[in-house]
Design a protein around this ligand. Structure first.
Ligand SMILES: Cc1cc2nc3c(=O)[nH]c(=O)nc-3n(C[C@H](O)[C@H](O)[C@H](O)COP(=O)(O)OP(=O)(O)OC[C@H]3O[C@@H](n4cnc5c(N)ncnc54)[C@H](O)[C@@H]3O)c2cc1C
Length: 445
């Protein structure tokens, strides 16, 4: 019998890693609090399909997905809309969240993963500084050689790890997006020019609102950096309907609140007997909140690290390779995008309007998808374009100061992420993690 691996929560990356490990002979069990039929939200998600192949998961049946529409990003005054033009090879797919789960679960079962539903995890079992298992609601204790933490943003495992593990437990302000998502009946039969609208600082509020007009419904998402309730949802809907009469009054699907991490990746993703993946390790793209593709890509890196650990020690030292690889391929770029997110948050609606009007940001920069892994690929400017935009920025001194500040912060981010220790040494890792975390903490103030 192979080593025993416990997966906390049926997160996307956790399920993909579970399948790949079970296929390779590990004894893998997933513990999920929900019933099987209740997994996933009642809405569609957008992600890069190639991430499934990266995780050794086959493509879903063609009938189960469509290609996503390009999004049009609107300035706060709504006078300018910049439409993406995602290249064909980077097109993302749109799929029902429940179908993504059905696909991942049936693949995991075929590979030999044991799935335990309606099984709420209370916290980690610690033996000294090692995570040795999981406490399950109802009094059960399960032990394993490794716990893969795929239990999401508020994971009961990560949030309860003792300080000796050196892992951040909590999520700071401006690091999570509170969102409401609902599908409303669609009224009228006209085709809007922009089928997928994203409003930045909608009506001056810090956050975004999107409206995707589909054949049978209007898909609305409201996102804020503070929790909000139905009064705010109804207020925003009324404002949105003024320019979008296709949003009907009847709620047809969804209609729930959920959180999305929108921050730099977790500073330390591994400990003795523990590795985090997906939202638990904050693997979303901070500017857009897409996390499915990254967690699938991360599953391959984690499986590779686990299988290369020939003694199955699964210590922070042997699992460190996983963290290094994640940051190298994705995390370093996402940390820089977290800095950009904080910059955009500090702009007032007038400054953002100015940026749209003067072409300082264009549709090219908004052509961002779950395949966008770094700032450089977002800002592909020719020298001439750079000079033209710099000239416009120089006409607004306050904006110029903010842009110079964010440029130096981006340079610091690259320097800090490049300093991540190559091999695991507790003191060196703790020192590096403190520098990385305090850099972002200061930026958020
Ligand atoms: C409104 C909204 C829209 C989004 N749209 C997109 C999109 O279009 N594309 C995209 O890529 N991403 C999107 N995301 C983000 C995406 O949901 C996550 O980044 C992605 O699912 C990765 O998270 P995860 O699978 O690691 O964690 P989760 O999806 O949070 O899954 C964690 C699992 O752990 C389980 N769990 C938690 N606690 C316990 C416990 N105590 N015991 C047992 N089980 C537990 C949960 O029930 C859940 O099944 C969206 C998120 C929201 C909220």
């Amino acid at each position: 019998m192979g080593k025993r691996i416990l997966v906390a929560g049926a997160g996307h990356g956790g399920l993909a890693a579970a399948a790949d490990l079970a296929r390779r002979g590990y004894d893998v069990t997933v513990f999920e609090q929900n019933k099987r039929e209740d997994l996933g939200y009642d809405w569609t998600d957008i992600f890069a399909p190639r991430s499934l192949l990266a995780a050794n998961v086959p493509y879903p049946p063609r009938a189960k997905y469509e290609y996503k529409e390009n999004m049009t990003f609107f300035s706060p005054s709504q006078s300018i809309g910049l439409k993406q033009d995602i290249p064909e090879k980077e097109l993302e797919i749109k799929m029902e969240r429940k179908d993504i789960y059905t696909h991942l679960l049936s693949h995991a079962e075929k590979c030999g993963v044991k799935l335990r539903f309606s099984c709420k995890i209370k916290g980690p079992v610690m033996l000294g500084s090692r995570v040795a298992g999981l406490f399950i609601d109802g009094g059960e204790t399960v032990y394993g050689d490794l716990v893969i933490d795929a239990a999401g943003l508020d994971s009961p495992v990560r949030t309860a790890l003792p300080p000796v593990c050196g892992v951040e437990n909590d999520v700071g302000s401006f690091e999570q997006f509170f969102s409401y998502r609902a599908f409303y009946e669609r009224t009228g039969d006209f085709e809007p020019e922009d089928k997928f609208k994203v409003y930045l600082l909608h009506e001056g509020e810090m956050g975004v609102v999107w409206l995707a007009t589909e054949d049978g419904h209007a898909d609305v998402l409201i996102g804020r950096f503070e929790p909000f309730g139905m009064d705010e949802v109804n207020r925003v809907l009324d404002l949105l309907k003024r320019n979008n009469p296709q949003i009907g009054g009847k709620l047809v699907r969804g209609g729930s609140f959920a959180k999305i991490p929108v921050r730099q990746p977790l500073s330390v993703m591994v400990a003795d007997g523990w590795a985090a993946i997906g939202d638990s390790a904050f693997m979303t793209i901070p500017l857009i909140g897409s996390g499915i593709a990254n967690s699938l890509k991360a599953s391959h890196m984690l499986v590779k690290t686990i299988t290369e650990d020939k003694d199955s020690a699964f210590t922070a030292a042997t699992l460190w390779k996983y963290q290094r690889e994640y940051f190298k391929q994705l995390g370093n770029g996402h940390a820089a995008m977290a800095v950009m997110k904080l910059f955009l948050l500090r702009l007032n609606p007038y400054e953002l309007d100015f940026i749209f009007e003067k072409g300082i940001l264009t549709a090219k920069e908004f052509t961002i998808s779950s395949e966008t892994t770094n700032i450089q690929s977002m800002l592909k400017l020719s020298f001439k374009e750079f000079l033209e935009r710099a000239k416009s920025v120089c006409t607004d001194r306050i904006l110029l100061t903010k842009i110079l500040k964010v440029s130096s912060r981006l340079a610091s981010t690259f320097a800090i992420t490049a300093m991540m220790p190559r091999t695991y040494n507790r003191a060196a890792v703790t020192k590096w993690a403190d520098t990385y975390t305090s850099f972002f903490t200061k930026l958020e103030k």
